[in-house]
Design a protein around this ligand. Structure first.
Ligand code: 6GP
Length: 797
């Protein structure tokens, strides 16, 4: 049975469905319908076809008594959904045809959809890729998260500086979801704990309702569909009539306002935590609702609570949902008569924890008094977990220490499995942050190297390359990405190479047209597109890239008749609003762009562009058009990276350090197809012990000294000598991220890149070898790893 038989669809059906929805669901006549109306109608028509596979999957899970995976994540960085669905249902051509028959351009309609930006960066996007792979592999699963009213802020540049405004994806109705008013749980905060007949009784002071919204997530060829269930906070009492009647109209709305605050905004930080009470409430809010929901389902299916671990695997996406352990224990002890030991044991059998960063500022901790005030019962339970842990292992690692509740330690102790996200990262997790806990619980730490979904990150975003791959090796690679190695046989074939270049050039033209339309910038598409896209952070070292750009500019000016390789340096990414140094780096990039792009001497060789408001949809345009992928973090700091995988898969070789998944990417694509530079993680650690290292490195590098002198001299800031004193001070005095030490090596490697790029055949071979070698990085492989090693979950096939 083909996928079209399965969802019973022809182009005529689809056209009819769209017209019907336009009329009956949207209430518009075709002659008056806006692009927005058409988008709603198309989405509803597509959603209709997801429902059958969705129901069928649910039925099979119930009937087969299959174990379910519950993926708890504060972030799901989904992006747009129309193309996800048309691709997975394999109806893109049909949708194009149907819209055309209705007088509409499908691709214009697609572009009208706002990104669901319920995440900051890597961690959130990984969760979205995992949902796609879980559905593709037919593993019964729920994603649980928060239905934020405002996703990640919108970024604007004013005089080169980042400003932020609230994002409003829910200002229009989100047609992909189904509201479930009947699925709601009371979530409590505050108050005190009393004892009655030897049982703890939590008397909370505040209660909100967690109300469910379900989005079906359909996998490749509609074989299976799972649910993304997001919780919205609502008041238990809608409106305070008494206040209203007294004439206090503002006070009357207080219950609603208070409750809604909890699911109002996504915290705009990536790898840094905010010690905010609201953040802790958000974490408990969605975790508690999710645990209650899965317990209710377990009960509904008639299973014994003592068999919970046979039916349930809960994965904690970083420490944000780490309160799941104490919450599950609380419910088992206080409501199901488990002893503490039994409850701890059961919770541990169900829980797995993934660590996504080693940066100390990102390891969540809460002031103990605040924690005890908001979650008094859980605080007590954590003390008990800690006592049992110390008694059982003799370890002196504590969860509550120096007046803080440490969520990393809590998650580690409560999980049966802890994993890092690349081989290097998992090793470093063992050696550094969890060194002592690893000794107390040997073999608990595993590695599951990240992956990306090839449906979105190749098939959907890169039709040109998709076509070439299918023409060359046939279909099947979409759900078995390691088949891309079949391309290796064609790497030296001239006609394949030519077609590969043609695909890249189609994508570069597409990017150029997009940028022209968006910001009236003209790109030289014959130049190398050198791309760095990711959150702005010192450890990711966008400043290393821009400093190298200035040094190159100097060299070109010194020798304008040299054999230069034209480059366009493209940056994309947001800085956390409170991260001042990252914001200075953004400003520097924009200032350098303004200077360099107006220089008539260098213009034909060097251009810097930084489109504002980088998001998933922008990534889908940039990645296929990239020639060179910048993965230049300080070794030991990038847990994995996933942008590195997307770029390499789309035929963009990496210039990078031995950090995160770069290490494994280099192994898979071949060292000869990767531009390696910089200190290793071990060397970086050594270097930092060497007092005065950065000043010495700067002084011994004429190029870097000159660049820093230009910045200090106001060359990029209209003579303002102080605009970048924070960056300069940082580089000279405490260059923790070792920009100064890696600079010369990076610059030299870039010149090697220039030379290879001029050898068209060699470059094309390299780019294609990247595509051919990246199959292992499918998130399908990653999810199989989790299913086998951590969840004990099976594919229902
Ligand atoms: C990120 C890591 O920085 C990145 O290296 C990794 O690829 C990604 O997670 C997925 O594993 N971490 C975060 O986004 C984060 O917020 C707390 O960590």
């Amino acid at each position: 049975m083909t996928v079209h038989d399965k969802i019973a669809l022809t182009a005529d059906d689809l056209q009819g469905d769209i017209s019907r929805h336009l009329k009956l669901s949207i209430g518009k006549d075709a002659s008056h319908a806006s692009l927005h109306d058409w988008r709603m109608a198309l989405s509803l028509a597509l959603r209709d076809r997801v429902v059958e596979p969705w129901f069928a999957s649910t039925r099979k899970t119930y009937d087969g008594k299959h174990k379910r995976v519950y993926y708890l994540s504060m972030e799901f960085l989904i992006g747009r959904l129309i193309e996800d669905v048309t691709i997975n249902l394999q109806v893109e051509d049909m949708a194009v045809e149907a819209m055309k028959a209705l007088g509409q351009d499908y691709y214009e309609v697609v572009k009208e959809e706002p990104d669901a930006a319920l995440g900051n960066g890597g961690l959130g996007r990984l969760a979205a890729c995992f949902m796609d792979s879980l559905a593709t592999l037919a593993i019964p699963a729920y994603g649980y998260g928060i239905r934020y009213e405002h996703g990640l802020f919108e970024q604007h540049f004013e005089n080169g500086q980042q400003t932020e405004t609230a994002e409003g994806w829910l200002a229009q109705s989100h047609v992909w979801e189904f509201e479930r008013p009947e699925v709601a749980y009371k979530i409590h905060f505050g108050g005190y704990v009393s004892e009655e007949n030897g049982k703890a009784n939590w008397n909370p002071s505040e209660t909100v309702l967690a109300s469910a919204y379900d989005t079906p997530v359909v996998g490749w060829q509609a074989k299976w569909a799972n649910t993304l269930r997001l919780w919205a906070a609502k008041p238990i009492k809608l409106f305070d009539l008494e206040s209203f009647n007294r004439g206090d109209y503002v006070g009357a709305n207080a219950p609603e306002r208070l409750a809604r605050t909890i699911s109002r905004v996504l915290y705009p930080d990536d790898t840094t935590t905010e010690g905010k009470e609201l953040r802790l409430k958000q974490e408990y809010f969605f975790t508690s609702a999710s645990i209650k929901d899965l317990l209710r389902r377990h009960d509904y299916e008639g299973y014994d609570i003592r068999d919970l671990h046979d039916h349930v695997a809960i994965q904690l996406n970083d420490t944000h949902p780490a309160i799941a352990g104490p919450e599950l224990i609380r419910l088992l002890v206080d409501k199901h008569d488990f002893s503490f030991d039994e409850a701890i044991d059961m919770a541990r059998k169900c829980l797995g924890y993934t660590n996504h960063t080693l940066l100390p500022e990102a390891l969540e901790k809460w002031p103990a008094d605040l924690f005890a005030r908001i979650l008094p019962r859980h605080y007590r339970i954590i003390e008990i977990i800690q006592d049992r842990h110390i008694a059982a292992t003799g370890s002196d690692i504590r969860i509550i220490e120096h007046g803080n509740v440490k969520m990393g330690e809590l998650a580690f102790i409560m999980a049966h499995s802890v994993n890092g996200v690349s081989a290097l990262h998992s090793d470093l997790v063992k050696e550094t942050v969890f060194h002592d806990l690893n000794a107390a619980y040997p073999n608990r730490i595993l590695n599951q190297t990240n992956g990306i979904t090839p449906r979105r990150w190749l098939y959907s975003c890169n039709p040109a390359l998709r076509g070439l791959i299918t023409d060359t090796i046939g279909t099947g690679w979409e759900s078995d990405l390691e088949r891309l190695t079949d391309l290796n046989a064609h790497l030296d074939d001239a006609s394949f190479q030519e077609a590969y270049r043609a695909a890249k050039s189609t994508n570069k033209d597409r990017l150029a047209a997009w940028l022209q339309e968006r910001s009236d910038v003209t790109l030289d598409t014959s130049a190398m597109f050198d791309i760095q896209i990711k959150r702005i952070h010192e450890y990711k070292r966008q400043h290393l890239n821009i400093l190298e750009t200035i040094a190159l500019w100097n060299d070109i000016r010194d020798n304008p008749n040299g054999n230069w390789t034209p480059r366009v340096k493209i940056f994309g990414g947001k800085a956390a609003p409170g991260y001042a140094l990252a914001k200075s780096i953004i400003r520097l990039i924009n200032d350098v762009a303004a200077t360099i792009n107006n220089d008539p001497i260098t213009r034909e060789f060097l251009q810097v562009v930084y489109p504002e408001n980088y998001n998933v949809s922008m990534a889908e345009i940039l990645i296929p058009a990239s020639d060179l992928s910048e993965q230049i973090s300080t070794a030991g700091k990038e847990a994995s990276g996933t942008g590195n995988m997307k770029l390499s898969l789309n035929g963009s070789p990496t210039i990078g350090t031995l950090d995160g998944a770069n290490v494994e990417i280099r192994e898979h694509v071949g060292a000869e197809n990767f531009f390696l530079f910089g200190l290793t993680a071990a060397e970086a650690t050594e270097k930092r012990k060497d007092h005065g290292y950065s000043r010495r490195a700067i002084e011994s590098s004429p190029k870097l000294s000159r660049v820093l002198g230009q910045i200090a001299g106001g060359v990029f800031s209209n003579g303002d000598h102080h605009r970048y004193s924070d960056i300069l001070h940082n580089l000279y005095e405490h260059d923790y991220f070792l920009v100064s030490c890696d600079f010369d090596n990076y610059f030299a490697k870039q010149r090697e890149v220039d030379a290879v790029y001029q050898d068209v055949t060699r470059w094309t071979r390299m780019a294609a070898a990247n595509t051919a070698g990246m199959g292992w990085f499918s998130s399908d492989r990653t999810i199989r790893g989790y299913a086998d090693d951590i969840w004990g979950a099976k594919s229902v096939e």
